[in-house]
Design a protein around this ligand. Sequence first.
Ligand code: IVH
Length: 337
Amino acid sequence: MYDADQQKVLLNRTKAFLQAKEKLDTDNVDALRDVLRFHEWRYYVQDNPAIADPEYDQLFKQLQAFEEKHPDQVTPDSPTQRVASDLTKEFPEVNHLRPMLSLDNSYNEEDLRDWDRRVRSFLEQDAKVEYSVEPKFDGASIAIVYEDDYLRRGATRGNGTTGEDVTPNVKVMNTVPLKAPFSENGIKRIEVRGEVMINKAHFKHFNEQRMAEGLSILANPRNAASGSLRMQDAKEVAKRGLEAYLYQVGIAEDAEGNSMLDEAVTTHAESIALLNKLGFKTPTDEIRVCTRMEEVLAYCREWEEKRDDYPYEIDGMVIKVNRFDQQEQCGYTSHHP
Ligand code: IVH
């Protein structure tokens, strides 16, 4: 997302703004926004903050003060626009751009070997198949639409065809960019999908706080994530520490409405790498591309070992045919690919 040179420049600008060497005005306010976005990315996506919280707050307040004085200059992707100022009254229903299907389940190695044989039967004889393997995150699924690089809508899965429009609650998640440069890759409209989660440590802390306040405790991180996503007050949602991990591109279209899937990227692993490069939190470190079923099984076993120490709840592993053209050749039922 940011190479070493860009980071150096942004860190220098950070210093300049912190020392208030530059007076904030119409010409450099965007530079401050870029600085704040960079630090959000370091903090939330990279888990490696470059400045201390009070310094970030100081910069944020500088921007807030400027925007209060110049409301006409507030941009929709300004870091100040994450927390919605008013309450959402209800969630309108929205249709997903493409149905959100379910995953088919396997519970043992024999099931998986059968599935591998079935996949190969759909492809040309002796075709090479790659599988990408990643954790199945136990949270609440979400579909986020960007158009002309701006976040336009965030919706819950609902019944797979229709979900609830929870855009204000999606916007408060710092792991979700309000603007991402999809257009640089020729993409005008894109629906990205993922899982909203609360990490285990945050969940524990959150429940301890609730207990201290005499409130009921929440059953598990998944319930906490899906309940939080549907809260009416986006400011409350912001306090819950929700994070979104993006694991799928639903649709990607150019200006003429033609599909860009298989144009901009040709495999699932590449699509995740692209989302990561554009500033999203993705299971990049967790994905492994395997060429043989033995490797898939070994990687699943590896996760059985480390699952308890992983910061998020997972409830299995997801195995995907990596190449999009091969995914198409395998097809899907009304329930799952
Ligand atoms: S891919 C066809 N990848 O599992 C569905 N889903 O039953 C393609 N999930 O509600 C989804 N982790 O929210 C995919 N790494 C992952 C996932 C994942 C969790 C959830 C998803 C959906 C359910 C599918």
